[in-house]
Design a protein around this ligand. Structure first.
Ligand code: WT7
Length: 644
């Protein structure tokens, strides 16, 4: 393990990583199992872009997540699982058991026609079999594409189409809070337009009724009985694709972010160990002096998002950690659930989203009081900026002022954490992601694309040198990868975020500068939501903007043009919400809908979102220059409508 243990060491490692990045990352890559060592550490340019790490290396990430640990920690718990319903019994899988189940399911995949290079879609609840499915894919060299269980059939089918998947792994249903979500029937609807899918493997979870289609659909439980638990790993090239994960962008079509094998592996393990300062043994032990128990680490993210991939599954398993997986939601059966689970499993490291913190803070401290929370050592946040009030509450009420908070900035495209304190090592500041990790070279650029040097500057957050976890391409559309991330500022990776570097050189993320919104930490494209709204037969056009929301960070405000002049506007609004839920999923439901006669457009037809944004924020006093609008009178009408 190459864990940094002091701030001085952080500074010297950072310097080393900039002076000689190849040597720095090569050192981090030692210690893994390589079937063949790399010939060359790095080849890159940001003009195509073309980035390759550990060139010529051969390996399998699951050999490093599982097999590598068996001798030393085969009986140690790899995955702890807490069900949605607190009355249901939890589960535990040791590294040995997880290895066995991943191998067994890898054979199930092979038996159902899966081969190296195939794309396999995973649409599952948060149960251990989801992690097993990921690892099984990786073991045989199939590329997984996990789709979050909260997406609807249309989003699912778009993603299956784009990746041309031949297998879908799902479950009959999912328990989420008081709801049962019928996953398999969503899959059935999605597959009506996906002829590439030849097999659907279905796990039983809720025992709800499902229709099984002959030849195509098989039960997980039947299939595992047909195969052995021996499965040698497929030897993969360092740059072979490991997975595709879709993320929203400025256009209506989500992008398939591609991550490859070796770089992602090295980066997630390094960042996991250093940011969270994960200890394989407690010292000093909260559960008794000299305990040999590894720390319990809990990331509350769903595996449907990158955080779940990198910091619930791959990073922790690569580090030999005990990782807790939770099926439910923070408010079920009540807003004390997180705190109850922390006490139950004596969680040492807890990683969650600001939106969850804000909603639990709003629920009141009475939900926290029954719990001790004395096992906690480190707290983390991810996904959106954390406001000072929520940071303080997290620090005082949850961490009892004893737990460093790591505010981790990164993205689906970066593969792992980029800017963050190292727990207990970097001095923190509420609202600041603080400093770049070793190997990460941020640059703030001004409007003209000039880099801003020194402190007390604010600009667009970019990176000028590759790191091992960087996005390699957008699936089947390399041009899009170039256009979105590498074309705006020549020679830089552009994140889409605004950022400030303060007088201490600390980074503070100010939010998105493009047409995507972070709603409860989920990235949603305004164009994607508009497309869903426009599927309502009475809506001809719509424009969506984000507005500040006390719990969700950002809420969704939709301005819509009703073609049929409907009088029952409340009913119409309900129908619009139902349409969005149907075609995109409930995470994209608008919080506010305003019916308008026209949208503020320029003469070239571009909607002036700047104006709508101001109106949605309730700030109609100074809308700036509206002289370029085709019809300035629509602004007055929208302003009046917003006030009424
Ligand atoms: C966007 C990426 C990072 C994994 C989960 C989200 C925002 C992320 C922070 C943070 C302020 C943050 C940014 C970024 N974001 N972490 N600590 N402070 N903003 O991944 O869905 O790809 O979203 O989330 O806007 O660009 P994602």
């Amino acid at each position: 393990m190459n864990r940094i243990i002091s701030f001085e060491q952080y500074l010297s490692e950072y310097k080393k990583s900039v002076d000689d990045p190849e040597q720095f990352w090569a050192a981090q890559a030692e210690g893994f199992v390589w079937r063949k060592k790399w010939d060359k550490v790095l080849e890159w340019n940001f003009t195509e872009p073309n980035v390759k790490w550990f060139i010529g290396g051969k390996l399998n990430i699951t050999e490093n997540c599982l097999d590598r640990h068996l001798a030393e920690r085969g009986d140690q718990t790899a995955i702890l699982w807490e069900p949605n319903n607190p009355k249901e019994e939890g589960r535990k899988l040791s590294y040995k058991e997880l290895h066995t189940e991943a191998c067994r399911f890898a054979n199930v995949l092979k038996n159902n026609g899966a081969k190296k290079g195939d794309r396999i879609c995973i649409y599952m609840p948060m149960v251990p079999e989801l992690a097993i499915a990921l690892l099984a894919c990786a073991r045989i060299g199939a590329i997984h594409s996990v789709v979050f269980g909260g997406f609807s059939f249309q989003s699912l089918s778009d993603r299956i189409h784009d990746a041309d998947c031949n297998i879908v792994i799902t479950a009959d249903g999912a328990f989420r809070g008081a709801k049962d979500i019928p996953l398999k029937s969503v899959v059935d609807e999605a597959l009506q337009t996906c002829p590439s899918v030849k097999k659907v493997i279905v796990l039983k979870r809720t025992n709800c009724e499902v229709k099984m289609q002959n030849e195509r659909d098989v039960w997980w439980s039947d299939e595992v009985k047909k195969v052995s638990a021996e499965c040698p790993v497929e030897e993969m090239d360092s740059e072979d694709m490991l997975f595709i994960l879709y993320t929203s962008g400025s256009t209506g079509k989500p992008k398939g972010v591609v991550h490859t094998t070796a770089g992602y592996m090295v980066f997630t393990k390094y960042t996991f160990e250093n940011v969270f300062q994960y200890h394989l043994t407690h010292s000093p032990s909260p559960i008794g002096e000299g305990s040999q128990q590894p720390e319990v680490y809990w990331c509350t993210a769903d595996i449907g998002w990158i955080t779940g991939h990198s910091y619930l599954v791959y990073g922790p398993l690569l580090a030999g950690a005990t990782t807790l997986m939770f099926e439910g939601i923070p408010t079920y059966p009540d807003a004390g659930r997180f705190w109850q689970v922390i006490d139950k499993y004596k969680v040492n490291i807890f990683y969650t989203a600001p939106t969850a913190i804000r909603s639990l803070m709003a629920a009141g401290d009475n939900f926290v009081k029954p719990y001790k929370l004395d096992s906690l050592r480190v707290l983390g946040t991810v996904g959106e900026p954390i406001n000072e009030e929520a940071w303080k509450w997290y620090n005082e009420t949850i961490g009892k002022k004893k737990c460093p908070i790591v505010d981790t900035w990164w993205q689906t495209e970066t593969g792992g954490i980029m800017i963050s304190p190292l727990a207990g090592i970097t001095k923190t500041k509420p609202g600041y992601a603080t400093l770049p990790l070793p190997g990460i070279q941020p640059a703030l650029l001004d409007e003209k694309g000039e880099e801003l040097f020194g402190n007390n500057v604010e600009g667009k957050l970019c990176f000028k040198f590759p790191w091992p976890g960087i996005i390699r391409t957008t699936y089947k559309n390399h041009k899009r990868c170039f256009n979105v991330y590498f074309s705006q500022y020549k020679g830089y990776y552009f994140s889409g975020d605004g950022c400030k570097r303060d007088e201490d050189g600390y980074y503070r993320i100010t939010g998105r500068v493009d047409d995507v919104i972070k709603v409860s930490g989920h990235l949603l494209g305004t164009a994607e939501i508009e497309n869903a709204i426009n599927r309502h037969p009475d809506i001809v056009e719509s424009a969506v903007v984000g507005f500040p929301h006390p719990i969700k960070g950002w809420g969704i405000y939709a301005f819509v043009i009703d073609d049929h002049n409907r009088k029952d506007t409340d009913e119409l609004k309900k129908e619009i919400i139902a349409t969005v839920t149907k075609f995109m999923g409930s995470i994209a439901k608008p919080d506010k809908i305003q019916i308008v006669k026209g949208l503020p457009k320029t003469r070239s037809g571009k909607i002036m979102r700047r104006i709508l944004k101001k109106i949605s924020e309730g700030d109609t006093s100074n809308l700036g220059d509206t002289s370029t609008l085709l019809d300035p009178s629509v602004v007055e009408e929208i302003k009046q409508g917003a006030l009424s």
